[in-house]
Design a binder for this molecule. Structure first.
Ligand code: ATP
Ligand code: MG
Length: 448
């Protein structure tokens, strides 16, 4: 009796387990098991048959209820990583921020994680309150409570086709509201990246930010400076390649979040020409993602940083530096500052330079140069970039049109399209080629 009473009092103090979850039937959430990927269904089945709890969880459940095809599936279970691994033929434990198991089923990879406990006083945090380690196993109720938004804390059981919902996530999703689990300020302190996630998910799902979740963002945005650069980079990539980048940037600005989080975007959005260029680039990225086409970080960063390079390049030319070497200096200087700030890897830096260094070569429309440019492995990216520059008004549309036509033309037509060389005598040009003639002296970048 007393024990029962104490138990009740004790539970009441703990928000994660103070209430029983809603168990929502198929008729109310509408997700039949056929809509779940075969691999996710199979993984839950195997775990359940071994006596464990297992659910599809997180973004996949949210997306399914919202009528969106999930891009990947996470499974949550009360089995430990070792127990999970032992149940599958192709499975391996990977340890990133915490240990999870990758289970391979057909062509799918499922991320299986063990229910995790909520944070308490003993959780390791940095001096700003950011959680550094969070690897204590817990109950499903605790696991739900440590997730970020109510719509992300839904557990779908493919066997019973029910959704377990501790935080009214299904109702919030139906009412198109993004709500934080717990006190938003405390949750942002634990992990400032949640601010970015709030913007990205609200843009993706067309959700309105709950005022309590929205209000602190502006004042707490600076906390993101303490987040490791690599994590910020991952999160930015998710945002820029979400297929909703334009909407995300719009929302970021409305919520005062672009400042400090994307220092380069700050700079760019203040330049009239640069802003148009960046938004066009993001719109074309969104269109590619929606069409299922490939997108590359190098190309996107090349667009984001281009106007910084242009400004730097112009300043150098105004100081009397020779055009092409000045461009290379400008590229290096901009990348040196930005790649560190944005955690851009060396490989991506190489891709960015490829796109930029092709640009002056499009100016040359005589002799063999245009033919050689067509043969460049990165010609396509360079040309797409040129089109964006023309669309944004930076260069004459005529130049991009010429290159479009030149690509499509047959050999005779191409020959007749070449613009007669207006330069001086050939000999002189050849001698000073690497220095004076824009475009001609740019080294081939194929080796990179
Ligand atoms: P996406 O559609 O981009 O995959 P997602 O919600 O699935 O969105 P993930 O990063 O794959 O995002 O995270 C999976 C789940 O893990 C989330 O749905 C959420 O429940 C939980 N989660 C992820 N990041 C956090 C975080 N920073 N704080 C709390 N919970 C998180
Ligand atoms: Mg996900």
């Amino acid at each position: 009796m007393i024990r029962k009473f104490l138990h009740r009092v004790f539970r009441r103090g703990d928000p994660s387990s103070s209430h029983a979850p809603a168990v929502i039937p198929l008729a109310r959430h509408g997700v039949s098991r056929q809509r779940v990927s075969a691999g996710a269904r199979r993984t839950c089945e195997v775990l359940q048959q071994a006596g464990h709890k297992a659910y599809v969880v997180g973004g996949a459940v949210r997306d399914l209820i919202a009528g969106i095809e999930p891009k990947d599936y996470d499974v949550a279970t009360d089995a430990t990583p070792e127990q999970v691994r032992a149940l599958f033929r192709r499975a391996r434990i990977i340890g990133r921020r915490f240990q999870i198991v990758h289970v391979m089923q057909g062509g799918e990879t499922l991320e299986v994680s063990t229910f995790r406990a909520a944070h308490n006083e003993s959780t390791l945090k940095d001096e700003h309150g950011r959680v550094l380690r969070d690897n204590v196993f817990g109950s499903i109720a605790e696991d739900a409570a440590r997730r970020d938004f109510t719509v992300n804390a839904l557990y779908y059981d493919p066997t019973s086709e029910t959704v377990i919902d501790y935080h009214h996530g299904v109702a919030d999703l139906k009412q198109k509201t993004l709500r934080m689990i717990g006190e938003p300020r405390a949750r942002y302190r634990e992990d400032p990246v949640r601010m970015l996630r709030a913007i990205r998910l609200s843009a993706k799902l067309g959700l309105v930010l709950d005022p309590a979740l929205r209000a602190p963002i502006r004042e707490m945005a600076a906390l993101m400076e303490n987040v490791p650069a690599a994590r910020m980079f991952d999160e930015m990539m998710k945002l820029l390649f979400s297929g909703h980048a334009v909407e995300c940037v719009k929302r970021l600005r409305e919520d005062g979040l672009h400042h400090g989080l994307l220092p380069l975007l700050d700079v760019i959005l203040e330049q009239p020409l640069g802003e148009r260029f960046v938004m066009l680039a993001l719109a074309s990225t969104d269109a590619r993602v929606s069409a299922g086409k490939s997108v590359s970080p190098g190309y996107l960063f090349a667009t984001l940083l281009w106007h910084e390079v242009l400004a730097n390049w112009e300043a150098r030319k105004a100081r009397g530096e020779t055009s092409i070497p000045a461009l290379y200096e400008a590229m290096d200087e901009v990348l040196e500052v930005q790649s560190e700030k944005l955690a851009i890897t060396r490989r991506i830096v190489g891709d960015i330079k490829d796109v930029w260094s092709l640009q002056p070569r499009f100016e040359k429309r005589a002799g063999k140069t245009p033919y050689r440019l067509l043969e460049q492995p990165r010609f396509r990216a360079g040309y797409d970039f040129l089109e964006l520059r023309a669309e944004s008004g930076e260069i004459p549309a005529e130049m991009a049109d010429w290159w479009r036509d030149f690509q499509n033309a047959d050999p005779d037509e191409r020959e007749s399209m070449l613009v007669p060389d207006t330069g001086g005598p050939k000999k002189r040009r050849r001698r000073s080629r690497a220095k004076k003639t824009p475009g001609e002296g740019v080294p081939d970048i194929a080796e990179g």
